[in-house]
Design a binder for this molecule. Structure first.
Ligand code: HEM
Length: 422
């Protein structure tokens, strides 16, 4: 098959009209529209499908600065939103409720305190010790379809892997993990859609987490929730609500992102056969260098988080020369910034060996992804194991038939049908 032609389109010529955003074509391939915005309207005010007005920041330099700018608050209370848009900037089904008081919705000093507490429990060492378990989960999932010669990699692989991994890490007992999978499935399927089911799932999850935290308080283990409880016992206070919100954000932030890292990543590899063959040879030779730079490149090239989560101007400021009023909503478009030719050579080319690759896929500044070490572990394990165990993995069907989820913050495929020799 030929390499992916779509993402390599040249930037639109300056005479072309402003592209339409948030259409079906845009969800399939937003990169030509982002190239136009970077060039002609790098800080662009738009009305989102939800009716909320927001500024899109698309150039790398502006994006990186905005992510670190403390004048942009994460607290939705700073949003000067019209009444009809109220509640449309939060996690679906959990507007203004207890689980919303989490890292991605708060500013210093609360953010500093909570992030310090969770960092004590969620250490790179804990993640490294988790590697054999991630490998075991990965192999078990591949065992489930390896004999069949075909699979949907989203539903049978990319979706279950992170949910079981986070459940294990948090200390959710195995017998409860399928409930979690169902609640998470509801959230990912209906993230922007019918609210009732999502609200019910979030409510059930919150009830479950509070009970689990309560149970663990009396019987501390080696898991992350026990670690959170222990960390809070050393002089600093973490309430049960805060602990539940923390467990929830770890699930919420670490789930769909990882699904999409695996889905978008494998898809990009299958559309770029030379790159994929290079990676397979290096894995066969027992090397890990190309796998490591490669997963970073997949994050840059077509990362899971299209736009960073909401920011709101707490005072008037300028971004890239554009005046932003106090109360305005700002969305930093990571996917656009990471294809900026001012920052990356040949930004539309997938180059797994790319070294100068300070992409923004995990964000930047104080909200930089807390789960990046776990995401890297899962992404590297999943991709290396798939390519090694199913060396002739190929797309089944026409790429033009693939559907993207079309949410605002995340970018990912609904299904990824593949075939291989069993
Ligand atoms: C924050 C990306 C996986 C937990 C973020 C942010 C990004 C991001 C872009 C910053 C958002 C912003 O500034 O608005 C990703 C990607 C992942 C991934 C691309 C997978 C490939 C994970 C995992 C976990 C996790 C596995 C945990 C289990 C978090 C948390 C935050 C965060 C807790 C909030 C940090 C804070 O506000 O201080 N992530 N993430 N992420 N991520 Fe991830």
């Amino acid at each position: 098959s030929a390499p992916d032609p779509a993402p390599d389109l040249a930037p639109a010529p300056s005479s072309s009209p402003a592209p339409e955003l948030f259409t079906w074509e845009f969800a399939t391939d937003p990169y030509p529209a982002y190239a136009w915005l970077r060039e002609h309207a790098p800080v662009h005010r738009t009305t989102l499908p939800s009716g909320v007005e927001a500024w899109l920041v698309t150039r790398y330099t502006d994006a990186r600065q905005a992510l670190a700018d403390q004048r942009l608050s994460k607290n939705p209370a700073h949003h000067d939103e019209p009444t009809h848009a109220k509640g449309k900037t939060g996690i679906p089904g959990e507007r203004k409720a207890e689980l919303m008081t989490h890292l991605l919705n708060i500013d210093p000093p609360d953010h500093t305190r909570l992030r310090r507490l969770v960092s004590k429990a969620f250490t790179p060492r804990r993640v490294a010790a988790f590697a054999p378990r991630v490998q075991e989960l990965t192999d078990r999932l591949i065992d489930g379809f390896a004999g069949r010669g075909e699979a949907d990699l989203i539903h049978e692989f990319a979706f279950p892997l992170p949910i079981y991994a986070i459940c294990d890490l948090l200390g959710v007992p195995p017998e409860d993990q399928d409930d979690f999978r169902d609640w998470a499935g509801m959230m990912i399927r209906h993230g922007g859609g019918p609210r009732g089911g999502v609200a019910r799932s979030v409510k059930k999850m919150r009830g479950y987490l509070l009970e689990l935290i309560h149970r663990k308080r009396g019987d501390l283990g080696d898991d992350l929730i026990s670690g959170l409880i222990r960390a809070s016992d050393h002089g600093e206070h973490l309430t049960e609500n805060e602990a539940a919100a923390m467990a929830f954000i770890l699930l919420f932030a670490g789930f769909e992102t990882t699904v999409n890292l695996i889905g978008n990543g494998v898809y990009a590899l299958l559309r770029n056969p030379e790159q994929r063959e290079g990676l397979q040879s290096s894995l066969a030779a027992g090397e890990t260098g190309l796998l490591e730079t490669g997963v970073e490149e997949l994050l840059r090239y077509d990362g899971p988080v299209e736009m960073a989560t909401w920011r709101f101007a707490r005072e008037p400021l300028a971004i890239g020369g554009q005046e932003i009023a106090a109360g305005d909503a700002v969305l930093v478009v990571l996917a656009a910034a990471d294809r900026d030719p001012e920052r990356f050579d040949g930004p539309d080319v997938l180059d797994l060996s790319r070294r100068d690759n300070q992409h923004l896929g995990y964000g930047h500044g104080i909200h930089y992804c807390l789960g990046a070490p776990l995401a890297r572990l899962e992404g590297q394990t999943a991709i290396a194991t798939l390519l090694t165990r199913l060396p002739d993995l190929r797309l089944a069907g026409d790429p033009a038939d693939l559907r993207w989820r079309g949410g605002l913050i995340m970018r990912g495929l609904r299904t990824l049908p593949v075939a291989f020799d069993p």
